[in-house]
Write a protein that binds this ligand. Structure first.
Ligand code: GDP
Length: 298
């Protein structure tokens, strides 16, 4: 085991600006606002969103002398304000079974998120069925089966390479027959084959609508925080392929602070239903704008 001092915490956004000056207070002037903008952009917030946040900070306060902690609080408050309208848990409707289609690129954390969601809803007394709709990836199917066992939830599978829409249709039948509250459908995430994937997702939707014209009731897009700005492209791509109704951002337990979520909230206004903070079954949390903003500002 190594001894010695614990590693210093990674400086937050503000530590890096205020660290440059010995003055206890600084004016909220153009220089300060520009430094803040740069930091926000470097944190994946995007230019437009960074400008909006700093403009809101300056409103009615321009030129005011502020301490580092004043600026930090103000910045976190303004970021939280952008995020508040999108912080919404996954809604549960009366109508059952509620069908949730889960989309996202491979590796984003779809399988893991489905396992965590299944476990949470099961613990809340809901009956849940999972459909392993990524029938082309044997590993994804196996992993879902493991998650299903952990959560105590049945996982419907189909032979490798078979039609995911047929599986989704059967899963609807099973969920209805069992009186399940929730059906979670995993999907493929092969972005390199975009036209195929689009057709596959469209077919799943077409087929499940034969059972329930309102299905899917939610289409969750799972995004990986470590992909940074790329998350913006992924939202655009998946919105073209499916009617995305909400987001889950995974891997916020690592060094990635998910600044791109602020840009996403500002640009798309899609609800953020939950965040992934680890690989274990309980590592899915509701999205809390103030906690998120505080962690981002650091
Ligand atoms: P899929 O290909 O989209 O189904 O992605 P997986 O669910 O298989 O996840 C890909 C990898 O990311 C796995 O090693 C997961 O354990 C890991 N992972 C998923 N969510 C999180 C999270 O919130 N935090 C961390 N640290 N790892 C995660």
């Amino acid at each position: 085991p190594t001894s010695g001092p614990a590693p210093a915490a990674k400086p937050g956004l503000l530590g890096r600006i205020m660290g440059r000056t010995a003055e206890p207070r600084r004016a909220l002037d153009d220089e300060m606002l520009e430094s803040l903008e740069e930091l926000l952009i470097a944190a994946d917030m995007g230019v437009e969103t960074a400008l909006r946040v700093t403009a809101n900070m300056a409103e009615g306060r321009y030129g005011r002398m502020m301490s580092a902690s004043d600026i930090k609080d103000l910045l976190a408050t303004e970021i939280a304000r952008v995020m508040e309208p999108v912080a919404r848990p996954l809604p549960i409707y009366r109508k059952t079974p509620q069908v949730v289609l889960v989309v996202g690129v491979n590796g984003s954390g779809k399988t893991t998120t489905i396992g965590k969601l299944a476990s949470q809803f099961k613990a809340a007394g809901k009956s849940v069925v999972i459909a392993a709709g990524d029938t082309f990836r044997a590993a994804a199917v196996e992993q879902l089966q493991v998650w299903g066992q952990r959560a105590g939830v049945p996982v419907l599978t189909a032979p490798e390479g078979s039609d995911p829409a047929a599986l989704a249709f059967d899963a609807m039948g099973r969920a209805e027959a069992e009186g399940a509250d929730l059906l979670l459908i995993d999907t493929a995430g092969r972005l390199q084959n975009r036209a195929d994937l689009m057709e596959e997702l469209a077919k799943i939707v077409r087929v499940i609508r034969k059972k329930d014209p309102d299905a899917p009731h939610n289409t969750l897009l799972v995004l990986d925080a470590t992909t940074g700005q790329n998350a913006l492209n992924q939202v655009e791509i998946f919105q073209k392929m499916a009617d995305v109704t909400g987001l889950v951002m995974t891997k916020l337990d690592g060094t990635a602070k998910g600044g791109v979520l602020v840009a996403l909230a500002d640009r798309f206004g899609l609800p953020i239903h939950a965040i992934g903070v680890g690989e274990q079954i309980d590592d899915l949390q509701p999205f809390d704008p103030q906690d998120f903003a505080n962690a981002l500002v650091g």
